[in-house]
Design a protein around this ligand. Structure first.
Ligand SMILES: [Zn+2]
Length: 124
């Protein structure tokens, strides 16, 4: 289950980021929200990701943090007419260029996995 390795990387990144911020003398009480950007082509199961994160975040400042996910769609690039943009996918396996109906497409992006930002609560 590769969701666990994604969860571990989120936790590591956040804990390091928070440590950096705390150098200014502020102490982070907890991380309340985590905003992620996830490309659709990563095929990450978000429910499994949340579950894995919940388990490994227990006892850290990220315990009970709410995870919000914004999905990023890949861009289609038509090899026949040069169209770049969204495509109408009737279903995942029948995809074609909206301009020339070619199925000779490749995809750009959609494999992003970014922590966009986090919401923290500081200690008084
Ligand atoms: Zn085309």
């Amino acid at each position: 289950m590769h969701e666990l390795s994604y969860a571990t990387s989120i936790l590591d990144t956040i804990l390091n980021t928070v440590k950096e911020q705390e150098k200014d003398g502020k102490k982070v009480k907890k991380v309340s929200e985590i905003n992620l950007e996830v490309g659709k082509l990563t095929f990450i199961n978000i429910e499994q990701l949340k579950f894995a994160f919940e388990v490994i975040a227990e006892g850290t400042i990220c315990e009970n943090a709410k995870i919000n996910v914004k999905f990023i769609k890949p861009l289609a690039v038509c090899r026949d007419c040069g169209y770049v943009g969204d495509i109408k996918a009737e279903d995942e396996f029948e995809i074609y260029c909206p301009k020339c109906n070619s199925m000779n497409l490749k995809f750009k992006g959609g494999k992003e996995f970014n922590i966009k930002n986090i919401v923290v609560e500081f200690e008084d």
